[in-house]
Design a protein around this ligand. Structure first.
Ligand SMILES: [Zn+2]
Length: 135
């Protein structure tokens, strides 16, 4: 299993994964709230759900800016950004999203499988070999 290159990459990966999960939660909650508010015709709830949708869009933009420094250590792909690269044949999306599967796996299991190269990576920093050898 591969590891991320340094502790900063681990922090970036965890923060980006949490932001991605927050975005998906906001999208789901705002869609349910918008449907409910349209059914009961409550203008205050409609305003609140629209503001949640805008918040989800803003979080999505932050993720776009933040995730370009979160890369797979093997293929240098962007596992938290849905890209135009072809995916590995054995990796399956979750609710149609490869980044969502990567984020959930990184947060809850502590490792992820890259959707582009198919290799597993632990959310841990590599050990420095020169320090481990004592030189
Ligand atoms: Zn990869």
């Amino acid at each position: 299993m591969h590891r991320l290159p340094n502790p900063y990459a681990v922090t970036r990966f965890r923060c980006a994964a949490l932001l991605l999960m927050c975005k998906w939660a906001l999208v789901i909650v705002s869609a349910i709230m918008l449907a409910y508010s349209l059914c009961v015709a409550n203008p205050e709830l409609i305003k609140l759900s629209i503001s949640l949708i805008w918040l989800a869009v803003c979080v999505g933009l932050i993720i776009r800016l933040f995730s370009h420094r979160v890369r797979c250590p093997l293929c240098i792909g962007l596992p938290l950004v849905g890209g135009a690269c072809s995916t590995h044949r054995s990796v399956r999306p979750l609710f149609g999203s490869y980044p969502l599967r990567v984020a959930l796996s990184a947060v809850f299991r502590g490792w992820f499988r890259c959707p582009y190269c198919g290799e597993s990576t632990a959310i841990e920093a590599r050990r420095d070999r020169s320090r481990a050898a004592g030189t």
